[in-house]
Design a protein. Structure first.
Length: 142
């Protein structure tokens, strides 16, 4: 079964989430920050002890607003160049207890929820390469 987006725009709203007391926005790779106004982007993930120490390197950023500024009439206005996080949605790869990748599906997506309910076998995950880029960030900081 393959994923066919309904273009409801739900995934482009409520982008800032509370994660154990820390507000987190849509993850952006460094090369994707130029897609958005500078004042809407801030560092999210880095390598090193402290951001102000030499050698610290930001490896991911985040969009810090609730609704994507690239959403227009429930359609992404930069669809062909949208961020990696958006390309893999509603799927993700996460690490299990053995540090192996497992497929996650965001059940807040109406299409994904319907797809899982009607599932009769396998799900086609066409944007795995994008999900693997984001999974690599997790591996870098663990």
């Amino acid at each position: 079964m393959s994923y066919n987006c309904r273009r409801c725009g739900k995934c482009c709203r409520d982008l800032v989430q509370n994660d154990r007391g820390i507000l987190r926005g849509l993850t952006l790779l460094p090369e994707e920050t130029s897609l958005f106004p500078e004042d809407m982007v801030k560092p999210y993930l880095g390598l090193g002890k402290r951001p102000y120490e030499s050698g610290f390197k930001v490896i991911a950023y985040q969009l810090t607003i609730e609704e994507c500024p690239k959403l227009g009439d429930n359609v992404c206005t930069i669809y062909e160049t949208r961020p990696t996080t958006c390309r893999q949605f509603p799927f993700s790869l996460n690490l299990d207890e053995e540090n192996e990748p497992v497929l996650g599906i965001d059940m807040n997506c109406p299409t994904a929820s319907d797809m899982v309910s009607a599932m009769d076998g396998t799900i086609e995950f066409t944007d795995r390469e994008d999900a693997e880029k984001l999974l690599e960030l997790s591996r870098m900081v663990t």
